[in-house]
Design a protein around this ligand. Structure first.
Ligand code: URP
Ligand code: ZN
Ligand code: ZN
Length: 467
């Protein structure tokens, strides 16, 4: 099967050029001057006036994940289809080790969740919640199977939190294996005290989720994560960075030459603590609308947005992923009615990442090449998938998006495919959206219509860290 995408403007992390892109089966076969005769195509897409970009890579998703007394509402079928609609052709999801069990069990469980369901390619990180010596040894097996990154938590005491000694041991082991540690960096023990005190004082509304997880908790967590990684002499990747002071800690570390990397997420670039306050109805009902926006770290006051955009522009932040962790208001978020600490943490976003980031291009906050870099190329490099994924190059997987810079799209629930019963950006219209999405050469989305078959997505074995 040969596909020709003709006359498009190809955009990579470094270059922008007009070319015809030829795909043979699942790989990019050639990039040539428009009109160059290379034989017959079975399918031709005219991309005149549109961008041809690498399929997005979302390096942080939580599909079908038990969390906060319920399970995230998108599974590998609905979540990966929504990703495809939004131009994302690879995800990296988090398999969770239950305390007292082995990593093998977590990985097998996540393979079973994805197998036969995924519409796009997927890889796994492992969340390690318990790292006695046998588990540290087992990390080597996981790496051999292509799971080359481990997330550790400094928050959620009793559930996910690891103490510093365990974090340090896991970091040392990751260093031996060439694996990457991803840190949830929030100083979690005092946060729980603040939560207890807020509830005791009768502060139960969603906004107290943010008020009990202050910026300083993320800054100190980030600083500690960076210090531990420096002591262990290993690279570290800070996940879902939300705030100025945490970013400054990362910048200092990078300025000192340390291999520190960080991602932020669209919610921290576009939404704020104000959203957590809910509708100004003044009643409990309006206030509880804020539950839609409960995620961790919490949404911050608006002034953080500029710092995060600058971080992206200046390469202090390397990646934008979604932390897609969707829950419905009905039956899920409402578990926390009358107690904000029981609202499941997380928001839907797997489908709207590229649309939102492209707003940053339109507003001059990032360049088009940087847009490609932070949504595809950098996650591919950091997480061991480059150059198979994350770029437009001969021999790479033909994960390609034709991006229409003039297409208007309303980010409303009625237009989206994620299963949550609300859309965080309800009513917002963006300009710029995918017209065609190809995954390994298969046209899976064309003009907002899917022709993908569930189960076509494949597991991606990732290489060890080598930046
Ligand atoms: O609120 C969030 N972020 N939910 C997912 C869990 C995590 O910490 O990434
Ligand atoms: Zn986290
Ligand atoms: Zn997450």
């Amino acid at each position: 099967m040969r596909t020709l995408i003709k006359n498009g403007t190809c955009v990579t992390a470094s270059d922008t050029f007009v070319a015809d892109l030829w795909i043979k089966d699942d790989k990019i076969e050639a990039l040539v001057a428009p009109g160059t005769a290379l034989g017959q195509a079975d399918r031709t897409i005219d991309a005149q006036g549109r961008y041809v970009i690498p399929g997005g890579i979302d390096a942080h998703t939580h599909l079908d994940m038990p969390f906060g007394g319920t399970t995230s509402i998108d599974d590998f079928e609905s979540g990966t289809l929504a990703a495809a609609y939004g131009g994302t052709t690879t995800i990296v999801d988090f398999a969770i080790q239950q305390k007292g069990t082995m990593l093998r069990q977590a990985l097998d469980t996540w393979h079973a969740k994805a197998e036969g369901k995924a519409h796009v390619d997927y890889a796994f990180h492992l969340i390690a919640t318990d790292v006695p010596p046998p588990v540290l040894a087992e990390m080597g097996e996981m790496v051999k199977e292509g799971v080359t990154s481990f997330k550790l938590f400094m928050a959620y005491p009793g559930v996910l939190l690891l103490d510093d000694q365990s974090i340090f041991r896991a970091m040392l082991r990751a260093g031996e294996l060439g694996a990457l540690i991803c840190m949830h960096a929030e100083t979690g023990l005092p946060i729980d005290v603040l939560v207890e005190r807020a509830l005791a004082a009768g502060h139960t509304a969603p906004v107290y989720h943010a008020l009990t997880r202050p910026e300083v908790a993320e800054a100190t967590g980030t600083e500690r994560a960076l210090a531990l990684a420096e002591m262990a002499k290993v690279p570290v990747y800070l996940v879902h960075l939300s705030a100025q002071r945490a970013l400054e800690r990362v910048m200092e570390a990078r300025d000192r030459g340390l291999p520190a990397y960080a991602e932020t997420c669209p919610q921290y670039l576009f939404l704020s603590e104000d959203d957590l306050r809910g509708k100004p109805a003044g009643d409990g009902e309006g206030e509880f609308e804020g539950a839609k926006y409960v995620c961790t770290p919490p949404l911050r006051p608006k002034h953080h947005h500029d710092h995060l955009w600058r971080g992206l522009r200046n390469h202090d932040l390397q990646v934008v992923s979604t932390d897609h962790c969707p829950f419905c208001m009905k039956g899920q978020k409402e578990l926390g009615r009358g107690d904000f600490s029981k609202i499941p943490n997380g928001m839907p976003g797997i489908e709207t990442r590229l649309h939102l980031l492209y707003e940053g291009v339109r507003e001059g906050k990032i360049s088009l090449n940087r847009f490609v870099e932070i949504t595809a190329t950098a996650p591919a490099k950091i997480f061991g998938m480059y150059p198979k994924k994350g770029t437009i190059a001969v021999g790479a997987d033909a994960d390609v998006v034709v991006w229409d810079p003039n297409k208007r799209f309303e980010l409303s629930h009625k237009n989206l495919h994620m299963r949550a019963d609300y859309a965080p950006f309800e009513g917002k219209t963006v300009v710029g959206a995918p017209s065609h999405v190809l995954s390994r050469g298969e046209l899976i989305i064309e003009n907002d219509k899917a022709s993908s078959k569930k189960g076509r997505g494949r597991f991606v074995r990732r290489a060890t860290f080598s930046l």
